[in-house]
Design a protein around this ligand. Structure first.
Ligand code: FES
Ligand code: FES
Length: 165
């Protein structure tokens, strides 16, 4: 079979999502966002722009923050992916999820999963970020509702809770 025909065939793709091994059949160039949402029913990652500009589809892949609308699923082969569904522990929300709720950092909610994953990525690298570092860490994520101040407060609040827990 030619290379071009192979690229049009579904392939078996395996990765770990939120701690669980998953194997799916997908076209290699299918978007990771679509595989997560439509095949694995992980609908937390949202499609905003579909062009890598808004961050609403962000997930963690091997610890890096990626816009899943730009990732061909083949690239995720063998990787470790975390989506918003993987943050809570049973009924207990992640500190960032609680802080977003309490500070009004989530309104329509389209940007929220990507914002929270960008914040997780930031706090993993900088447990006590300054406001400027929070702005910088979330600069790839757009919000049309909140004006950002509640989001920044939520991240700062979660960082305080974690460092003083
Ligand atoms: Fe992926 Fe906007 S939907 S960056
Ligand atoms: Fe609506 Fe951010 S809460 S886009």
């Amino acid at each position: 079979m030619s290379d071009s025909r192979e690229s049009h065939s579904r392939a078996e793709i395996s990765f770990v999502v939120n701690g669980e091994s998953k194997t799916t059949r997908a076209y290699p160039m299918e978007r990771l966002l679509d595989v997560l949402r439509h095949q694995l029913q992980l609908t937390g990652a949202k499609e905003g722009c579909g062009e890598g500009e808004c961050g609403s589809c962000a997930v963690l892949m091997d610890g890096a923050l990626v816009n899943s609308c730009l990732v061909p699923v083949l690239q995720a082969q063998g990787s470790n992916i975390v989506t918003i569904e993987g943050l809570a522990t049973g009924e207990t929300l992640h500190a960032l999820q609680e802080a977003f709720l309490e500070c009004g950092g989530a309104q329509c909610g389209i940007c929220t999963p990507g914002m929270i994953l960008a914040a997780v990525h930031l706090l993993n690298r900088k447990p006590e970020p300054t406001v400027d570092e929070i702005r910088e860490g979330l600069s790839g994520n757009l919000c049309r509702c909140t004006g950002y101040s509640q989001i920044i407060e939520a991240v700062a609040d979660a960082a305080r809770r974690r460092t003083h827990a």
